[in-house]
Design a protein around this ligand. Structure first.
Ligand code: ADP
Length: 631
């Protein structure tokens, strides 16, 4: 018989398994049992949807058999089985993990759970076995097949005898060494406790024949060993109640965490869980988790959102995207509902009214949990926000702001006066008397915004400013438009809405007096700015840019990083500090040296651009002009 080679990637993974980078070898059992359970699910599902006749739910089972003499464990199921092709495709290559994006050895050394993360469960059998034999017969098929492998050298496939449909996996357990004890996996009590630990909620009975001792009829315990006889009892090892169907107060925090980590392949415990049962317009159990950290692909296109969907305990979809709105796409978990029909197709599901009601209600559950965390566990919430805050902000912006009211109270921004993250409500509650707007400033970083000239006046007047450091921030806030009827206002905005006072009157007067100078400067800048004028907001800095129209300078920056021919352009206003000596210089030059004034205008404009973090058109020329001034 020909020995076939594993696909290259699978081979590497196998090597890793055999040399066991994973410390908990015992999880092999959990992996094989969960495969068996999936296989039964598939057949049960088929029977419910008319693809298989005469099957009875109560007949499904997973069987474990130990043979100490021959050092084998057998895991059998009466599930759907595999055809020859499936056998080859499913066990000869890594089905889903494909890319093995985690190749970096050092990551593996840290004990990353590659087994869980990449759905390579079956291979874990090689951590404890020197030979793996898989016998399988597909449901409805006539031929049975046997697959065998000792590990990296490859595998063989042949026909074999097998009475009924399903799969049998026989592991030849390795000999124990000085470092590793494999014998434990041949011990019935050890296996019993492993099933309890990892596979208790599997919904089909996991049965094992256990050897027991009992007193012989008419014997007494004090008669010694001969008073006892051995007998075999078939024991169901698992309780079969899924965690989400149990009572909340019967479940420990550890159980939730373990369930999450095993089912959703995360090393870090979840930051929160939501376990609810809803009745009424929609009946369902939901067990949802909020991860602490985003999965490695979360902010990429590869990330697939969704919740597992069960219909009365039978899984009908692994990632039901319709159950989760995009703004909460980070949530993991499952929903089990009696309201959904089993043989509903994916297409039908999308239009299912019941599913929509459930999705709405789940969205509310998540929102409430986040609000609760924000209110009662601020530190935890901030940790969460660090991971997923950007997603919430995208949520405000997307779909023309459809979810903005739901999300606005979950947002946090850094505050100039508090020097920490604050909510919009906190900001609004402490607004100064007569303050018309919620002020914000955009920039790359907090320190960069701290030094923005445009914030000087507002700070002097004691107004709090929110710092926007994410690209999406200003877009989200423009979608929001206002919070508690207070509109948002960028510090670079043309009109800051401050009270008119004598100071402003004075500036207005001076603007009028010098309009010749300012018009000249505007001409000199050749259409780069809409206006040149004196500033109300500058206190120490000589110049800054303000923006007038719909698009701010920050938005221009963000928009222009996106692909596309058309470039966005913010309306620029060059503002000059009336109390800075440069203003006197400009006035003098207007009377004495217009050529020089032209040059200075260009220099001041470039400076303002640099302060705003924008690229200048001709850096070499800028530098030459500065040097010319120096010499
Ligand atoms: P995963 O279970 O994450 O898909 P595995 O490597 O554990 O990855 O299994 C690969 C595939 O082999 C499964 O998806 C399934 O199609 C098939 N398989 C494994 N065990 C069984 C079984 N007991 N019965 C039927 N098919 C199985």
């Amino acid at each position: 018989m020909e020995t076939k080679q594993f696909k290259a990637e699978s081979q590497r993974l196998l090597e890793l398994m055999i040399h066991s980078i994973y410390t908990h070898k015992e999880i092999f059992l959990r992996e094989l049992i969960s495969n068996a359970s999936d296989a039964i699910d598939k057949l049960y599902y088929k029977s419910l949807t008319g693809g298989a006749e005469g099957l009875n739910r109560d007949d499904f089972e997973i069987k474990l058999s130990l043979d100490k003499q021959n050092r084998t464990i057998k895991i059998s199921d009466n599930g759907i089985g595999m055809t020859k092709d499936e056998l080859e495709n499913n066990l000869g290559i890594i089905a889903k993990s494909g890319s093995l994006a985690f190749k970096k050895e050092n990551e593996l050394k840290d004990g990353i759970d590659i087994i869980g993360q990449f759905g390579v469960g079956f291979y874990s059998a090689f951590m404890v076995s020197s030979l793996v034999t898989v016998k399988t017969k597909p449901y409805g098929g006539t031929e049975a097949y046997v697959w065998q492998s000792e590990g990296v050298d490859g595998y063989t496939i042949d026909t074999c005898e097998k009475q009924s449909h399903g799969t049998e996996i026989i592991l030849k357990i390795k000999e124990s060494t000085e470092e590793e004890n494999y014998d434990e996996f041949l011990d019935q009590y050890r296996i019993q406790s492993l099933v309890k630990k990892y596979s208790d909620y599997i919904r089909y009975p996991i049965k094992m024949d256990m050897q027991r001792q009992r007193l012989k009829d008419g014997s007494k315990p004090d008669e010694g060993e001969s008073a006892y006889e051995s007998y075999t009892e078939t024991v169901t090892l698992n309780s079969m109640v899924p965690l989400w169907k149990k009572n909340k107060n019967e479940i420990t925090e550890e159980e939730y965490t373990k369930f999450y980590q095993e089912k959703f392949y995360d090393f870090t415990p979840p930051i929160a869980h939501i376990h609810t049962r809803a009745e009424g317009t929609a009946t369902y159990n939901a067990l949802l988790f909020i991860p602490e950290r985003p999965p490695f692909d979360y902010y990429t296109r590869d990330y697939e959102k969704g919740l597992q969907l069960f219909s009365s305990g039978v899984m009908i979809m692994d990632k039901c995207a319709d159950l989760l709105p995009d703004h909460f796409s980070f949530v993991k978990g499952l929903v089990d509902s009696e309201d959904l029909s089993l043989n509903i197709s994916r297409e039908m599901l999308q239009h299912d009214r019941q599913l929509k009601i459930i999705a709405k209600s789940i969205e509310k559950n998540i929102k409430n949990e986040l609000s609760r965390m924000l209110k009662n566990e601020r530190e935890k919430y901030e940790k969460f926000y660090k991971s997923f805050g950007v997603q919430l902000k995208f949520g405000v912006y997307n779909d023309y702001g459809a979810a903005k009211d739901l999300l606005s109270d979950l947002l946090l921004f850094y505050s100039s006066s508090e020097k920490k993250l604050v909510t919009l409500e906190e900001y609004a509650d402490r607004m100064k008397e007569g303050q018309k707007y919620i002020y914000y400033a955009c920039g790359e970083s907090i320190s960069r915004i701290e030094s923005m000239p445009q914030t000087e006046l507002l700070k002097e007047k004691g107004y709090e400013i929110l710092y926007f450091t994410d690209n999406v921030d200003e877009f989200a806030i423009r979608m929001l438009m206002q919070y508690k009827e207070k509109p948002f206002k960028s510090v670079t905005d043309n009109d800051l809405g401050l009270d008119e006072n004598t100071e402003n009157e004075e500036i207005k007067k001076q603007n009028e007096e010098n309009h010749g100078l300012f018009d000249f400067m505007k001409e000199a800048l050749g259409g780069k700015v809409k206006e040149v004028r004196l500033s109300q907001r500058l206190k120490t800095h000589p110049v800054c840019l303000a923006s007038g129209g719909m698009i701010s300078l920050e938005m221009e920056k963000v928009l222009n990083t996106m692909p596309g021919e058309e470039k966005a352009k913010a309306e620029r206003i060059l503002e000059i500090n009336p109390s800075h000596p440069i203003f006197e210089t400009l006035k003098k030059l207007y009377d004495s040296d217009k050529e020089k004034l032209k040059k200075y205008s260009a220099l001041l404009y470039d400076q303002a651009m640099l302060i705003a973090g924008m690229p200048i058109e001709n850096p070499a020329e800028f530098s030459n002009e500065i040097c010319a001034l120096m010499s």
